[in-house]
Design a protein around this ligand. Sequence first.
Ligand SMILES: [Zn+2]
Ligand SMILES: [Zn+2]
Length: 175
Amino acid sequence: MADPVTLSCPRCRKPLQERPLGPADLFMCAACEGLWVDMQTWGHIKTHAEDFAPLLSGPSAGDPPSEPVRYVPCPACQSLMNRTNFAQRSGVIIDYCKEHGTWFDADELRRVVEYIRVNGPEPARTRASESVEARRAAARGSAGLSMPSADSDSSWGLLGFELLVDAFGLLLDLL
Ligand SMILES: [Zn+2]
Ligand SMILES: [Zn+2]
């Protein structure tokens, strides 16, 4: 019987070992203590951060190695993973493959789970205000564009006005 595909550490290239965490199955590198969490498991951990937080121990002695920023390959497909500041403001930079899962360097999973436990799994809702800003900017932009410039043909401006009046009259008729 063939072994399941061996996952290897994106940093050390050592084979990852299964490491159960409560009901979840993670894969850990014995050398650097990095953890690989597949998509499904990660979804589960995110929604049960309360349960997982106590299972993750604090940082081991010593500071984690401060590696230069480096893109590392997905243990499953070997394509370079994306890097992201988890939830945009957690300060924990995680590597993830859209297809397969997320890589946590030593202690990052604990920090992310702790962050989720305190702040919830989703980024702070800044999108709504951003889009309002964007709409305002767009409105400003189009207002500027439709403003007749001083040297534009004045008859065209008049024509536009008449059309507008016609349209308005039509609208009144409809009402
Ligand atoms: Zn490693
Ligand atoms: Zn992948």
